[in-house]
Design a protein around this ligand. Structure first.
Ligand code: UD1
Ligand code: CA
Length: 448
């Protein structure tokens, strides 16, 4: 295979009305241009080159390993491609050109386009689709079923505007011929830009073979120029992702109101309720229940876990754990089997061994808590003195009474008991009782 790809991403994206470069806007959690570069890197091309310009530094922070050329001034899609001339000089293969703002394209489509281009011996092949409302897209003008050119919305006459076959912005060009044709384009049009699409008319005039490759699923070529189109792309992508989970056995109560990013994995018979947001590299086992208003990012969750209205970040949750409502797992927490954390419990960088329970109003930070220990309501690990963080270690089968302050660093032994309301500053040995609170005073008839 002798294929290179060029991904156009230098434009300002004026219609997006945003400070963020258009191609960095996300569709189901992934920046649009990253979707395109990811599929380009999987179709077997020998080189994938980005064309960057407007706010290129921001794009390079997201796409760190990409080759790129710079288009200093954004003078149109044709001008953008001309910037890659040096990269294409002497290359005798096919150049596939794509736009960074068509995030719904599938890898198979690009592979099929390339195969068709090769088998039809075309000099140029345009990916097209049919839109009932083709507004904004370049129209494919044909005579006797042969392409004669592409006309942009701005230059289109009434007759041309009525054409429903549109340019997807994806093409296969033979490199040598493309370079020759690019020499001939000008900016004599409504926008004063060098249009890549003018290459088509130039090819036709030179007697080259120009083909179209029609895509049935016109969702795939949706170009994102505005926030309205961005929302539409998110809906379509969400539907794709959610349908594929249901096909694999996941139960979604309302697929239109469940937000799952692309890399998330979910086991069979897990039920996801409306309003759940599953992000990053999260994996969830079988038979779990994820209730509404839950956000899970980059977590590994076992099976038969129940999570209600809670936030979980970068943590590990083993099987049969119950979380929430209103709990918060902050990064590097590890809840082992059968742990329960309940209302208003925050856990940070802590390990809760099998069967630990912390039902209410608790902060556990930088702590290790042994098997089956019970943490009473209002317990706080005082892990921070304003400068440094300190560790708390609690043994197994311990009972921490309600409203206990554990001033770290501190160790609480196995099977020990801490009385409610204590402020613990010294280690508690195993099997001991520790109480630290002022004695209760009764003054009879004091109110009289
Ligand atoms: C373009 C096509 C149109 C097609 C549509 C498909 C042209 C002239 N028109 O129109 O036929 O139907 O895509 O979505 O090509 N860009 C640069 N440098 C520039 C200008 C643009 O890199 O100077 C990049 C943009 O960042 C974007 C892509 O090229 O990723 C397309 O540009 P955009 O302005 O969105 O073109 P459309 O008007 O949508
Ligand atoms: Ca566009």
């Amino acid at each position: 295979m002798s294929l290179k790809t060029l991904i156009l991403a230098a434009g300002k994206g004026t219609r997006m009305k945003s400070d963020l470069p258009k191609v960095l806007h996300k569709v189901c959690g992934v920046p649009m241009v990253k979707k395109i570069t990811d599929i380009c890197s999987r179709i077997g091309s020998e080189e994938n080159i980005l064309i960057l310009g407007h706010k290129k530094e921001e794009i390079l922070k997201v796409l760190t390993d990409m080759e790129y050329v710079v288009q200093e001034e954004q003078l149109g899609t044709g001008h953008a491609v001309i910037q890659a001339k040096e990269k294409l000089n002497g290359f005798d293969g096919t150049v596939m050109i794509l736009c960074g703002d068509t995030p719904l394209l599938k890898k198979e489509t690009l592979e099929n386009l390339y195969k068709f281009h090769k088998s039809s011996n075309a000099t140029t092949t345009i990916l097209t689709s049919i839109y009932e409302n083709p507004f904004g897209y370049g129209r494919i003008v044909k005579q006797n079923n042969k392409v004669v050119g592409i006309v942009e919305e701005k230059e289109a006459t009434k007759e041309i505007k009525a054409i429903k076959e549109v340019n997807a912005g994806v093409y296969c060009f033979e490199a040598k011929n493309l370079l020759k044709a690019l020499d001939k384009i000008d900016n004599d049009n409504e926008k004063g830009e060098y249009y890549l699409t003018d290459v088509i008319g130039i090819d036709v005039a030179a007697g080259k073979v120009v083909e179209t490759f029609l895509l049935e699923d016109n969702d795939e070529i949706l170009g994102i120029n505005s926030k309205i189109e961005l929302e539409k792309a998110n809906c379509i992508m969400r539907d794709r992702i959610n349908s594929s989970h249901m096909e694999k056995g996941v139960i979604l109560i309302d697929k239109n109101n469940t937000y799952i990013e692309e890399e998330v994995e979910i086991g069979e018979d897990t039920v996801i309720y409306p309003g759940a947001l599953l992000q990053g590299k999260t994996s969830i086992g079988k038979n779990c229940e994820i209730l509404g208003n839950t956000r899970i990012i980059d977590c590994k969750i076992g099976s038969s876990v129940r999570i209600e209205s809670s936030i979980l970040e970068e943590s590990i949750v083993e099987s049969k754990v119950t979380i929430g409502p209103f709990a918060h797992l902050r990064p590097k927490s590890h809840l082992k089997e059968e742990v329960h954390i309940g209302n208003f419990v925050e856990v940070k960088k802590s390990t809760l061994e099998k069967g630990v329970k912390a039902g209410h109003l608790t902060y556990l930070g930088d702590a290790i808590i042994g098997e089956k220990t019970n943490i009473g309501a209002g317990t706080i690990t005082c892990n921070y003195d304003g400068k440094n963080k300190f560790k708390t270690s609690i043994g197994k089968n311990a009972f921490i009474g309600s409203d206990t302050m554990l001033v770290a660093p501190v160790n609480i032994g196995d099977n020990s008991l801490v009385g409610a309301g204590s402020v613990i500053t010294k280690d508690v040995p195993e099997n001991a009782l520790a109480v630290s609170r002022s004695k209760q005073v009764i003054k009879f008839d004091w109110r009289k």
